[in-house]
Design a protein around this ligand. Structure first.
Ligand SMILES: [Zn+2]
Ligand SMILES: [Zn+2]
Length: 163
């Protein structure tokens, strides 16, 4: 009787080990991407392309349309916030570095830049009173004045510190 009771916990540990090993093997990794395109409302795009009966008062579903006509849904993170709230960025030709998750077209933005006349520009927000740089619009953390959108060629020397 005692012997069989001792076997049970060993059996449970073995099952956990096998199940655990299996899930780590089968979990696919996110794919790192660098995409060129524009931010748009995917819902409106589908309405235009496929006659979706979209409510005019819908909540915008922001995504990214690449130059190769691929669509990705943007995940709302601190690094992508500007792409949702700053409409000026929707007019720009953008370069997004990020991750796409397995079996989805969900795009996590890690970095975004613009392309102006074929030259990559960095985009950021800046308070020229405090010399502080941020990734999203809003008020400066320090002096509360609104930060300004900056667009500068990526490879020029900048005195402005990176965030
Ligand atoms: Zn919309
Ligand atoms: Zn400031």
């Amino acid at each position: 009787m005692r012997k069989s009771l001792m076997i049970i916990p060993i059996f449970i540990v073995m099952v956990i080990m096998i199940v655990g090993a299996k899930t780590t093997v089968e979990k696919p990794e996110p794919q790192e991407v660098k995409l060129n395109g524009k931010v748009l409302c995917l819902a409106e795009e589908m309405k235009t392309r496929y006659n979706v009966d979209l409510d005019d008062e819908h909540q915008h579903l922001y995504g990214f349309k690449t130059t190769k006509d691929k669509y990705f849904t943007l995940l709302h993170t601190s690094l992508s916030k500007a792409l949702f709230v700053d409409k000026r960025l929707h007019e720009k030709d953008l370069l997004i570095v990020g991750r796409v998750f397995p079996n989805t077209h969900l795009l996590e933005v890690l970095r975004f830049m613009s392309i102006v006349d074929g030259v990559v520009h960095e985009l950021y927000y800046f308070c020229d009173t405090c010399y502080i740089r941020t990734v999203a619009p809003g008020n400066c953390d320090c002096c509360q004045a609104p930060v300004v959108l900056m667009e500068r060629p990526l490879n020029t020397d900048s005195l402005i510190p990176s965030p």
